[in-house]
Design a protein around this ligand. Structure first.
Ligand code: SF4
Length: 752
């Protein structure tokens, strides 16, 4: 305020303000160490403890509890309250399938309610009743219906919220925290695998819980529930634990000898298909193995998304942080159900919108992100590229073009591989023509499946090569970490034309059953490696869990095979493989393991000298990774021709879509242990007009027939979100594979 002489002077609030609810603004002066503040803290702690149980010795939060920390620092030491008079409330209240509430421990701070409401945008928690009866309840059906529910167990400042996965599982001080990377999607969320030597795992180090690891540019302090609860596959009893040749378990020496002989016999008539959980080092080793015998046929799996090369050209610039987007900036999300495909991006796009960024969502059908968009636009099925190419002519397109910063996130929903490439090219052209490339917070991102879709591109693996392999099968095919039979209804047919199959996999699967040699490999949790996320950030994960059986890292298996073929000795470590990559791949020189492990100071100072972030997330000791420069940052890039695919003509078209929770092989162990109730029974969505014509009602069982492939049986949902003439088929829900791309189908009701 101004004083009598008209000069500014500080006007103190008459009463104390709570730090956590006061917005910092220019000119604000804060005092945190006065007697009045100290007294208030002591009183608040004493007051909180009047109704807080003294069960620290058995509480999950014990040892990392902000209330415990604050009591030690500011508490009165003695209490004036009568402990016999404490109220007692329910201690095991399920808020949903994944999260439990201990009502007695809740201090009613509203962190969980506000997080769900303000950050996630799923307002599924609320306060109920008043005064001493105040409780946290869930207001969704099913309970606590959110893909980000686990984060509330971290930010709850006491042990009131615990997860079904970890509660009573271990004490925080028994755990060793190993830095890792979320293996499920393109966000590359930084996670911590908290491990303990455990009798349930033969005394080996075992993951007891998964926590976020702070990386403000990638995932801040949040992770999706799939990252948190989807780790059980790493030690599933049905993992492939020994090499198998001709249907029998054999030694590594035998298996590799058979594999090497098979490779020698076919010369260069060999190809490889690699899944997106293969690390950069695994992929490099595989590429070198094939190059050594004269083949460059390297395919990605699943071959659904094209245009990773365009992300390398005009992807978001170095230093990009979705967390810094706000007023004046814009994001376009097209052909993607972002919440299901890359949930962390959906969360960060939503918060960018909250800060004022202009959000446009375009798809052929409504998706969850529509809820947060400023503009939600629908185009005809399969017409994403046309829509994108014409966008510049529309007012919406003009607003995007004129934004200070613009990011386009493109998926491939409803598109063939050609359609996906056309969309990516049209999006790249839009960004180039509006000067939104080659700088931070501008450029193209793609919802490539898995954790290492960009790594696949840099290592030379392309979806178009997979399409060619399916058309012209080689004599020998290496299927690496790719469940081709579960993902493609036609896989049995094209695999049958391959003379020899060699598989590297975590589990026995349809391809390994047909393989001459099936080789067991380690999951991300058992070994070192790197993934390249959708923002082209190369990030390290570290060995955390004890190995399963005789499984080895994929790069090591491949290089030992190469050794037998006279290609040189296997490298001693993943770090040595990366060193070779840095010497050979343009743009990768800065990706040595020592560089990837570097950490800068981050804000907020999680894990620093504070009392209130305890147990919220882990300080980043594993490295922030290195973001590869896009081509646009190193020179000029130019627009390319958009080759529009032929429009599909079919009476009924099946559109495969991604569901976060599904029955993919690696999620089944988590399904049995924890996620089961959250995974939908097999269903397809039908437009009400089509359903009426076909005489199908919600709940009817239907068969979807796709050419020669077997029928996919599922329940029908008739709810109007499927465009007319299409059936939405979620991938990996049923035993039978959904199609890889949109395909003409017939549908029939199963009678009886
Ligand atoms: S965050 Fe924990 S203590 Fe705070 S209201 Fe929610 S359950 Fe209660």
């Amino acid at each position: 305020m101004l004083d009598d002489a008209g000069k500014p002077k500080i006007r103190w609030f008459p009463k104390l303000q709570t730090a956590c609810t006061t917005t910092v603004s220019d000119g604000l002066v804060v005092r945190t160490g006065t007697q009045q503040v100290d007294d208030a803290r002591t009183n608040v702690v004493e007051f909180l403890l009047t109704s807080h149980p003294l069960d620290c010795p058995i509480c999950d939060k014990g040892g990392e509890c902000p209330l415990q920390n604050l009591t030690m620092e500011h508490g009165p030491g003695t209490s004036r309250m009568n402990y016999a008079d404490k109220i007692h409330l329910d201690k095991h209240v399920p808020l949903g399938d994944l999260i439990f509430l201990d009502e007695e421990r809740c201090i009613q701070c509203a962190r969980c309610v506000r997080y769900q409401d303000e950050i996630v945008g799923d307002p599924v928690l609320a306060f109920y009743e008043r005064g001493r009866s105040l409780q946290i309840i869930t207001v969704s059906d099913p309970g606590f219906d959110s893909y980000f529910s686990g984060n509330t167990t971290d930010i709850c400042p006491v042990g009131a919220l615990t997860s079904a996965d970890f509660r009573f599982g271990a004490r925080p001080w028994e755990l060793t925290n190993i830095p890792s990377i979320d293996p499920w999607d393109a966000a590359g969320s930084n996670i911590t695998l908290c491990v303990r030597l455990d009798r349930d795992f033969d005394g080996k180090a075992m993951i007891k819980r998964v926590m976020p690891r702070q990386n403000e540019a990638v995932n801040e302090i949040w992770i999706s529930d799939k990252a948190r609860f989807g780790h059980h596959f790493t030690r599933a009893a049905d993992r492939l634990q020994q090499p198998v040749a001709a249907g029998r378990a054999v030694s590594w020496q035998n298996a590799l000898t058979v594999a090497a002989d098979k490779i020698k016999a076919v010369g260069s008539d060999i190809a490889a298909i690699a899944g997106p959980q293969m690390s950069n080092e695994d992929l490099w080793a595989l590429r070198q193995l094939l190059a050594g015998v004269g083949s460059e046929r390297l395919g990605t799996w699943p071959p659904t998304h094209a245009g990773a090369d365009l992300v390398a050209q005009v992807g978001v610039g170095v230093g990009t942080n979705l967390g810094s987007l706000g007023k004046g900036d814009a994001v376009l999300v097209i052909a993607s159900d972002l919440e299901e495909e890359v949930p962390l991006w959906r969360l960060r796009v939503k918060t960018a919108h909250d800060r004022g960024a202009y959000l446009v969502v375009a798809n052929a059908r409504p998706t969850r992100l529509d809820h947060f968009g400023d503009e939600c636009m629908q185009y005809g099925v399969g017409e994403a590229a046309e829509f994108m190419a014409d966008l510049a002519k529309t007012p919406v397109g003009k607003q995007l073009a004129e934004a200070n910063n613009l990011i386009i996130i493109a998926g491939a929903e409803g598109l063939t591989l050609e359609g996906s490439r056309a969309l990516m090219q049209a999006a790249a052209n839009f960004l180039i023509s509006t000067d939104h490339v080659g700088k931070a917070n501008n450029g193209l991102m793609a919802t490539l499946p898995g954790a290492n879709g960009m790594g696949q591109y840099y290592m030379g693996f392309l979806p178009e090569a997979t399409a060619d392999i399916m058309q012209n099968p080689p004599k020998l095919l290496i299927v690496a970490h790719a469940d081709v039979m579960a993902d493609d209804p036609n896989a049995a047919e094209w695999l049958s034309k391959v003379e020899t199959i060699i598989t590297l996999s975590l589990f026995p699967d349809g391809a390994s059953e047909r393989a001459a040699v099936a080789l067991p490999i380690q999951s991300f949790a058992e070994r070192d490696g790197t993934y390249t996320n959708g923002e082209r950030r190369v990030q390290r994960f570290y060995t955390a869990q004890g190995p399963m059986g005789e499984a080895l890292p994929a790069w090591q298996v491949i290089q030992r095979l190469g050794d037998m073929l006279g290609q040189g000795h296997a490298k001693p470590s993943a770090a040595a493989v990366m060193l070779e990559i840095t010497h050979n791949l343009p743009g990768w020189a800065g990706c040595r393991y020592s560089e990837l492990a570097k950490v800068d100071r981050q804000f907020p100072d999680v894990g620093g000298n504070d009392l209130y972030y305890g147990g919220t997330a882990y300080k980043n000791f594993g490295g922030l990774g290195v973001q590869l420069a896009s081509a646009a940052e190193q020179g000029k890039v130019s627009e390319g021709k958009v080759k529009l695919p032929k429009a599909a003509t079919a009476k009924l078209l099946a559109i495969p879509v991604t569901r976060l929770y599904n029955r993919e092989r690696a999620l089944r162990a988590s399904e049995a242990d924890i996620l089961g109730p959250r995974i939908a029974r097999p269903f397809v969505e039908i437009n009400s007009a089509d359903a009426k014509k076909l005489g199908i009602k919600t709940g009817d069982m239907v068969d979807i027939t796709m050419g020669a492939a077997s029928a996919l049986r599922a329940h029908a949902h008739v709810d109007g979100v499927a465009p007319v003439g299409t059936i939405i088929v979620p991938r990996n829900l049923s035993e039978t594979a959904a199609p890889l791309a949109p395909v003409a189908i017939e549908i029939s009701k199963v009678e009886g």
